[in-house]
Design a protein around this ligand. Structure first.
Ligand code: R5P
Length: 299
């Protein structure tokens, strides 16, 4: 089997370092220069064998995506046997279809660009939709669910009669799986988003949740609009504590403050996007996936 190296993209150095330790593989941290016009330049020695590039493409999304492709291209030109990219937060995954006339399913373009860069496979976390996965036709894509990890974290939280809640129908499967781990029940709210303004509204459910702790679970918290609207509903219905849990806490602008103001007691996310809310570590789940894929033994 060819030697394995883990390359740390500038967005995910800690995660890459943890994965390389778990795999007992060499870690390469490319030298990065960002020019005043915003262009990145990366430099690292030629690597043979299998290259595992770890880079989450959170904002600045386009920069992080291009850096991933630059690392992959350089590995390909240096003669790597296999190039696998671990992209926990995959930018553009939500653009899996043209929602309005004249729009593009951009994730399909991202898949083609990664393939053109020499990437053979992508490992991601909580990919937004099955449709998005299906648009990776010329390249393999594997999804890791963060639900067992988030649920395991929730088990240590001393919850009072927990109710696992999805802000929208797209998360129905997610909360049903989460609730099974907690041996509790789940609720799927009815969300409407104005595709032009982005404004979110959620219907009040016909359910008594007084005194219960609510765990709002989503794949992504971006502007916070979905979690805020859902929290307002849960508060109106008398929930006790409200927690917001997700794989990818983008939390753009002052989203975290607005979420807290709306009544969320704590935001809990994975370290797909490193920030103060990334309390659940993905490195073991990613390493396990890589160990299965490459038949390596853990250190
Ligand atoms: C939508 O379908 C997703 O699952 C998330 O609910 C959404 O992307 C979150 O975005 P925001 O925080 O801006 O409402």
């Amino acid at each position: 089997m060819s030697p394995i190296s883990v390359l740390a993209g500038p967005a995910s150095i800690d995660l890459a370092s943890n994965v390389s330790k778990e795999l007992n593989a060499g870690l390469v941290i490319p030298e990065l220069r960002v020019f005043p016009d915003g262009e990145s330049k990366l430099r690292f020695p030629a690597i043979k064998g299998t290259c595992i590039i770890v880079q989450s493409t959170y904002p600045p999304t386009d920069r992080h995506l291009l850096q991933t492709m630059m690392i992959a291209r350089k590995c390909a030109e240096d003669g790597a046997d296999d190039i696998c990219t671990v992209i926990p937060y995959l930018a553009y995954a939500r653009q899996d279809r043209p929602f309005l006339e004249g729009e593009l399913a951009t994730i399909s373009l991202v898949a083609k660009l990664l393939a053109a860069s020499g990437v053979k496979s992508v490992i991601t976390v909580d990919m937004h939709s099955q449709l998005g996965m299906s648009l990776f036709s010329s390249i393999e894509i594997v999804n890791i669910s963060s639900i067992p990890l988030l649920a395991n974290h929730a088990k240590g939280m001393r919850l009072n009669n927990p109710l696992v809640v999805s802000p929208d129908a797209g998360g129905a499967q997610r909360v049903s799986e989460f609730a099974k781990h907690l041996d509790s029940d789940s609720l799927v709210l009815k969300k409407y988003r104005n595709r032009s303004t982005g404004e979110v509204t959620i219907e009040d459910p016909d359910l008594d949740i007084r005194g219960r702790d609510a765990l709002l679970v989503d794949d992504i918290i971006s502007s916070g609009g979905s979690i805020i609207a859902a929290t307002e509903v849960l508060r109106r219905k008398g929930a006790n504590r409200v927690y917001a849990m997700c794989a990818h806490a983008l939390l753009l602008g002052d989203a975290a403050e607005k979420i807290t103001k709306a009544g969320v007691d704590e935001i809990i996310a994975t370290n797909s996007i490193p920030n103060q809310f990334s309390k659940v570590d993905l490195s073991h789940a990613i390493s396990e996936q890589l160990l299965r894929r490459y038949g390596m033994r853990s250190s």
